[in-house]
Design a protein around this ligand. Structure first.
Ligand code: ZN
Ligand code: ZN
Length: 411
């Protein structure tokens, strides 16, 4: 086996073992771009070796999707047939693990009318509500990993040839997900422990609010609900199976109090949303609700995102990532949220994770709302971290504790 194949195998193994942590007799469902077929086949082989009952693969081809967006009649974007819903839900109810390979070309859809994309996304989010809910409440183990495609790699490294761009992106990915380490599984165990320290710092301070400030115009206060929890690294299903939802992951995150966000926040990286880029944008909040937003690029796409439903006017996630982290230190903008969000402090518009509040997994939608959690069909992360970001924690008694100084942990 050559070096590259060896690395690929290690990576595939990491996704199966540490990512979704496949169990004996369990189904594995993979969502994979057709370009990633060789890697997906490798994953499938390892999953069977580890005892998977069956591996079901949803192949997608973003170029065919684009053709459909350009040519199909409008009404087709308003339906998702039940058999397609069942192709996810059936396996979810059977306790399957779900692995997504995120590798989209960030600007492929730029000639497509954003209204069509947002209509189709909304149809999908609505039809897959129960499925998405299951994943967001960790009823099923799930994980997202990325591998290079030509379309994506050449956007990240436009100055080199296609094949060089793909190789360069492979190298960065192997480094960032610790596949270049002697024992990647062990390296991940250490990493999980480091994230735990940040979680403990935040949870033991039981903060009432966070105040963000930097030189690009962010001045934002985020209240945290009573009984909120900071989580990160490993997650657990109801049966207690540990899994890693995002590989890489560098964040610890919690939920904002839905009505407790005030001020303005300015983006620090472009956001790839449904194949369109939104860049240099900002939001202004009053009592949690977005009352104003701007964007130098992709304003239309941003407008569709914010107007998905009522809940997409509010925040559902607050995540802390030091500026001095492996992805950020690579100096690369990935135009891929999985990577960019783990290089930067970020927030998410839309639904909150129920794991971010005590006993949240056992609460109904109404109880979660009551507890201060936001609900929406959408959940979209956007990046706000800068090298000069200051975050001050405000404790229950009003005293202050520095959380971030110059973009990094202050403790
Ligand atoms: Zn996040
Ligand atoms: Zn998120």
């Amino acid at each position: 086996m050559n070096k590259k194949d060896e690395m690929l195998k290690k990576y595939a193994r990491l996704a199966v073992k540490t990512g979704v942590n496949i169990q004996k007799g369990q189904y594995l469902v993979i969502m994979s771009p057709i370009e990633c077929a060789p890697f997906t086949r490798m994953i499938s082989e390892i999953a069977y070796d580890e005892g998977a009952k069956d591996v079901i693969i949803h192949w997608n081809d973003e170029i065919s999707t684009k053709i459909k967006f350009l040519k199909a009649p409008e009404e087709i974007f308003e339906v998702m047939p039940q058999w397609q819903v069942d192709s996810y839900l059936y396996y979810a109810r059977e306790g399957a693990a779900f692995l997504s390979i995120a590798a989209s070309n960030p600007e492929l859809m730029k000639d497509v009318n954003p209204a069509r994309i947002s209509k189709s996304q909304k149809t999908r989010q609505l039809a897959l509500k129960e499925f998405n809910q299951r994943l967001m409440t960790n009823k099923n183990a799930w994980s997202i990993v990325s591998i290079p495609t030509v379309g994506w790699s050449t956007k990240v490294f436009p100055e080199v040839s296609e094949s060089e761009a793909v190789e360069k992106l492979w190298d960065s990915i192997f480094n960032i997900v610790r596949v270049d380490k002697e024992d990647p599984v062990k390296a991940w165990d250490e990493h999980k422990n480091n994230l735990k320290k940040s979680m403990e710092f935040l949870n033991s301070n039981n903060l009432k609010a966070l105040h963000y400030k930097n030189s690009i115009g962010t001045d934002l206060t985020i209240e945290l609900p009573e009984n909120h929890l900071w989580v990160g690294g490993a997650e657990y299903t109801a049966e207690g199976v540990e899994f890693i939802a995002n590989m890489p992951t560098e964040e610890v995150f919690s939920m904002p109090k839905k009505t407790g966000v005030n001020g303005t926040v300015v983006s620090s990286k472009p956001l790839n949303y449904g194949g369109n880029l939104i860049d240099n944008f900002s939001f202004t909040f009053k009592q949690g609700r977005i009352v104003d937003f701007k964007a130098e690029k992709g304003l239309d796409t941003l407008k569709h995102l914010v107007e998905t439903d009522e809940g997409s006017h509010y925040l559902g996630e607050v995540a802390l990532v030091p500026y001095d982290s492996p992805i950020s230190n690579s100096g690369i903008i990935f135009f891929n949220t999985l990577y960019d969000e783990n290089a930067s402090c970020h927030l998410a518009i839309g639904k909150a994770y129920s794991s971010c509040i005590k006993n949240g997994e056992n609460m109904s939608e109404e109880e979660l709302e009551e507890a201060g959690a936001n609900n929406s069909l959408a959940h979209v992360d956007f990046m706000i971290g800068t090298p000069d970001l200051e975050i001050t924690g405000i404790k229950q008694d009003g005293s202050k504790v520095p959380v971030f100084k110059n973009g990094n942990w202050a403790y």
